[in-house]
Ligand binder design. Structure first.
Ligand SMILES: Cc1cc2nc3c(=O)[nH]c(=O)nc-3n(C[C@H](O)[C@H](O)[C@H](O)COP(=O)(O)O)c2cc1C
Length: 161
């Protein structure tokens, strides 16, 4: 698949097969993800592999669609608001890289924001120095939803003089 095909065929997956995912492959995708752009090489992302006890505490309404693997992706808060925002932007690039790498390998990802709540943060043991950007449910898709059409990009482009 070309990079354009990978980008355009990725879907948020919300229903997974129980088949386990090879953790060394996941580590390869995370390593590739770390080539995300990030200001001043802060590399602000941190990844936690979520175990069964923590997953039960999070108590997600669909149990993350039965995904066999859950990752929390956190971002360093940084020294000020600008750094905080830039770090979250970089961490979001990291997450998108991960989703695309997984998708290329035939594995689906669900980006869930449940970890950002006070309770979610507590369950994920996030410190005051960490924002929780995503809980990623990872696994082989049991169901791939149809594409959600996007607004024609020309409507989003303005040319400045
Ligand atoms: C920052 C962020 C947070 C998201 N949080 C949730 C969420 O909590 N629950 C959910 O169902 N989808 C969540 N999504 C996934 C979006 O709903 C999904 O990307 C959107 O519907 C477009 O679908 P697609 O990813 O298949 O193109 C999140 C996506 C992003 C980027």
């Amino acid at each position: 698949m070309s990079i354009i095909d990978i980008i355009k065929t990725r879907r948020t997956i919300k229903s997974f097969k129980p088949d386990s995912i090879n953790m060394s492959e996941v580590e390869d995708w995370l390593e590739a993800s770390s080539y995300a752009p990030n200001h001043k090489m802060h590399e602000p992302w941190e990844v936690k592999v979520i175990g069964g006890e923590t997953r039960a505490k999070i108590n997600h309404k669909t149990n993350f669609g039965g995904a066999p693997l859950l990752l929390a992706v956190l971002s360093k808060v940084g020294a000020n608001k600008v750094e905080r925002d830039e770090n979250i932007m970089a961490t979001s690039c990291f997450i998108q890289n991960f989703a695309l790498a997984a998708h290329e390998a035939g594995v689906g990802v669900f980006w869930c924001s449940i970890g950002a709540s006070a309770q979610g943060r507590q369950h994920l043991q996030a410190t005051d120095e960490q924002e929780v950007v995503a809980v990623l449910a990872v696994g082989y898709a049991a169901d791939v939803p149809d594409v959600k059409p996007r607004t024609p990009i020309k409507e989003k482009i303005t040319y400045l003089a």
